[in-house]
Design a protein around this ligand. Structure first.
Ligand code: MV4
Length: 450
């Protein structure tokens, strides 16, 4: 096992990784920016090094500085968390060159899944359903028009370097296609330096269902059930739950098998997530994309499986065989994660950084709070506004919802605006309570509550 791990991240996920390391008796090195000098993970890590100014490009994305700290401290592995360098094939390669273990998949796996249209082709070849659409990139307007006619409008144009909604255009009729292709392509070039776009049938009434998978260096791959992440706004998830109330045991098995197939097709090692579209009008499911990192919402899976996903990432990276087989994975109870953001939901979710003058955390049975905040902590303006994650667990969805109202009610944060009031409103909404949620839910809820 590793003796020392470097954590190349910040905030609640840095803290989450420190905790996993401490549980395993591994010492921790944390790099940080000037803006995070007084953060909780910096205080709790065994060693910490300020490597640059607040701007991520000069600190959390500063590969030479991070590698230098790893070499100077003798860290044998680097955990990248999520965001920042977590899905950089280049960073994984630099780690490999320096004989430092990147805690995650190989650069080859990251590359294969990072290009979304290439990933789709790989997955299709492995026999997993994909949304009807172009084979590879769209090069020619005439071909695109013919294809769209064939599969039927509306269609969706997506950036191959994208994910998370940038460079996406919904096209309702043929007359809009040319302009939409040009603007999606332009936006993709500006955002990712890659103008490639592909085309798919647009599924209008859908759920975002993702499967947690895990692979080890011996080629074992297991899935740990699904998360329903349909409650999002502008591609930012707000609430996630496990299991999804929309899956029967049969559908769960089919989608789980498909997720394992996808992972095996790229010889995947470590924790990963296979995103699916579940078409509510047909009950068909389609592969959407794969995320080659630990995700923000991993704790809901930990709650219903009892498996420490970050601990497992570390063990698998050290060469150990997965500690569980598919038959050992049993989903029990119901978990929901509420993202507590320092944002003003009433002002179009404007970020609300600044000093947290009071911080009273909820607790008790079935309540887990993953947060790097405390009274007197200043939320910096340079990074995302995630203040913490409240993960509620109960024997069933009803108990979990009731417990969530109780815990969110206990949560007291002063000094910055948060998404807590919005969560409490959603918990009173009939549509949410009944679970009839599609990816359009949150926008509709926000419109109707104004
Ligand atoms: C889709 C889709 C419907 N049909 N693909 C959203 C982010 C990225 N992961 C892919 N996304 C979607 N892909 C097909 N073929 C619906 C979404 C989607 C969405 C699309 C437009 C506006 C808001 C959305 C919210 C969630 C998901």
């Amino acid at each position: 096992m590793f003796k020392k791990i470097l954590i190349a991240n910040r905030s609640e996920i840095a803290l989450r990784i420190i905790r996993a390391c401490n549980d395993l008796g591994i010492s921790t090195v944390l790099i940080h920016s000037q803006a995070d000098a007084d953060s909780l993970p910096v205080n709790l890590a065994d060693e910490s090094f300020c490597i640059g100014p607040p701007q991520a490009a000069q600190s959390y994305l500063n590969i030479p500085a991070i590698i230098n700290v790893a070499l100077l401290t003798g860290a044998e592995a680097i955990h990248p968390g999520y965001g920042f360098l977590s899905e950089s094939a280049h960073f994984a390669e630099v780690c490999r060159e320096h004989k430092i273990k990147f805690i995650g998949p190989s650069p080859e796996s990251i590359r294969q899944m990072g290009d979304k249209s290439r990933a789709k082709a790989t997955v299709k070849k492995a026999g997993v359903p994909t949304v009807p659409g172009s084979d590879g990139l769209v090069h020619d307007l005439k071909d695109a028009l013919n294809l769209a006619e064939q599969i039927g409008y509306p269609v969706l144009i997506k950036a191959t370097a994208g994910g998370g909604g940038r460079g996406m255009r919904i096209v309702k009729e043929a007359s809009e296609l040319e302009k939409a292709l040009a603007s999606a392509s332009y936006e993709a070039q500006a955002a990712f330096g890659n103008s490639g776009v592909y085309l798919e049938k647009y599924i209008t009434r859908m759920k975002h269902i993702e499967f947690q998978i895990f692979g080890d260096s011996q080629g074992n791959v297991v899935h740990l059930g699904e998360r329903d992440c349909s409650i999002q706004r502008r591609h930012q998830k707000l609430i996630e739950e496990a299991p999804s109330i929309s899956l029967t045991a049969d559908l769960r098995q089919k989608m789980g098998d498909a997720a394992v197939k996808v992972a095996k097709a790229v010889e995947y090692e470590g924790a990963g997530t296979i995103e699916f579209i579940l078409d509510l009008d047909t009950q068909n499911f389609y592969f959407m994309e794969m995320n080659t990192r630990i995700q923000v919402e991993h704790p809901v899976t930990e709650a219903v499986t009892g498996i420490d996903l970050v601990g497992e990432q570390i063990k698998v990276a050290a060469g150990e065989t997965l500690s569980f087989k598919q038959k050992d994975v049993k989903l029990q109870g119901h978990a929901i994660e509420f993202r507590i953001n320092a944002e003003d939901a009433e002002q179009n979710f404007r970020p609300s950084p600044g000093l947290i003058t009071d911080y009273i955390s909820p607790g008790g049975i079935g309540v887990r709070l993953d947060s790097h905040c405390y009274t007197g902590y200043r939320m910096p303006q340079y990074y995302d506004s995630l203040l913490g994650k409240l993960i509620i667990y109960g024997k069933d969805r009803t108990e979990t919802l009731s417990r969530a109202r109780r815990a969110l009610g206990e949560f007291g944060i002063e000094g910055v605006k948060t998404t807590i009031p919005l969560h409490l409103q959603i918990l009173d909404d009939e549509i949410f309570i009944n679970g009839n949620i599609t990816t359009g839910y949150l926008d509709n809820f926000l419109k109707s509550s104004n």
